[in-house]
Design a protein around this ligand. Structure first.
Ligand SMILES: [Zn+2]
Length: 331
């Protein structure tokens, strides 16, 4: 079982994605009205963190009871039904909807293999939500994803799929060296960087930054935006068209396109580091712990500076894409 809350852009990153989309949606009144109606007036900015908040609702088999998140009584009832239908002791565990773990060693794209992927991963779940909004899934459906739930999940998962460690993972062999896993030797995974401790240079000295995964969820985001208030960040980004943000093709393929797009960044997020002290627990598919330290390469910007620039760019793209996808499905 994966630790609760360990696998997501922190609240700030998700809120900014939602806030950018709230502003961009205003360009199509019909879509904006439809979203507002389906969310009983809740903004995407406020909805963006619900899929993380509900992670504490089900203690595996437990009843969601009367837990509440932001939003109306109807939205809360729909999320309790969603948690019940995708409980953490079932194959469709909603905690796993937030990521996929494509090996970053080698050059695999999402569809090139199956290690780390599943039909309940972020790529499949974004596609599912898009199908719900496009009337391509029955209502009700086995995942209990209503149109309201689909909008909230999409708002959150679009943020997650633009976080490189939600898509790419490192795998280690039995000696603790990084390698490309195969069907016959799946190796030991770092859980999207959650099992590695990151060290980066601060004022010329290597400093502990906590878990590699949460660095990208939180520290890089806070480093990128500082104390700027969310409305100010979102207003600037909603007016700044990101490069190469437009996606084309079948709505069902969009999630896979986004996963493939971020994989090279996930590779660089790892290739800028050097691993040591990687410990294996051969009773599990995971490493136990390890150290990932910034490599110093002459002429290359710092890990902090590079990751913060990536985060800004990816969050901006996620916000623009969320608004475009909702507009196309609800206009
Ligand atoms: Zn998440």
């Amino acid at each position: 079982m994966l630790p609760l809350g360990a696998f997501c852009y922190g609240p700030l990153g998700h809120s900014v994605v939602g806030a950018i989309a709230d502003l961009r949606l205003q360009q199509n009144k019909k879509a904006a009205d439809k979203v507002s109606q389906l969310l009983d007036g809740l903004t995407l900015e406020k909805a963006a963190n619900i899929p993380d908040s509900i992670k504490g609702w089900d203690d595996c088999g437990g009843d969601p009871g009367q837990y509440r998140v932001a939003g109306s009584d109807r939205i809360n009832a729909e999320f309790r039904a969603f948690v019940k239908a995708n409980a953490c002791d079932t194959e469709f565990d909603h905690h796993q909807f937030h990521y996929t773990d494509v090996p970053i060693s080698g050059k695999e794209k999402y569809k090139d293999g199956n290690i780390g992927r599943s039909d309940r991963d972020i790529v499949h779940m974004i596609a599912y939500c898009i199908r719900v909004l496009g009337n391509k899934e029955p209502q009700p459906n086995p995942r209990a994803i209503t149109k309201t739930v689909a909008i909230v999940l999409l708002t959150h998962y679009l943020g997650d799929i633009h976080q490189p460690l939600h898509v790419g993972a490192e795998y280690f062999d039995g000696k603790g060296d990084p390698f490309e896993p195969t069907a016959g030797n799946k190796g030991f995974e770092d859980q999207g960087g959650n099992k590695l401790n990151l060290f980066t240079y601060v004022d010329g000295k290597l400093r502990a930054q906590g878990k590699f995964h949460s660095y990208w969820d939180t520290k890089a985001v806070v480093g990128a935006f500082g104390a700027t208030p969310i409305p100010e960040i979102a207003a600037g980004m909603a007016q700044t068209e990101p490069k190469k943000w437009k996606l084309t093709g079948n709505p069902d393929s969009l999630a896979e396109q986004m996963a493939n797009e971020i994989l090279p960044i996930a590779r660089e997020a790892h290739s800028r580091l050097v691993y040591s002290k990687v410990k294996i627990d051969d009773k599990t598919p995971y490493i136990t712990s390890g150290r990932a330290a910034e490599k110093v390469v002459a002429g290359q910007n710092s890990y902090a500076g590079w990751s913060q620039a990536i985060v800004k760019d990816e969050i901006n793209k996620a916000g623009w894409r969320l608004s475009a996808i909702l507009t196309a499905l609800l206009k």
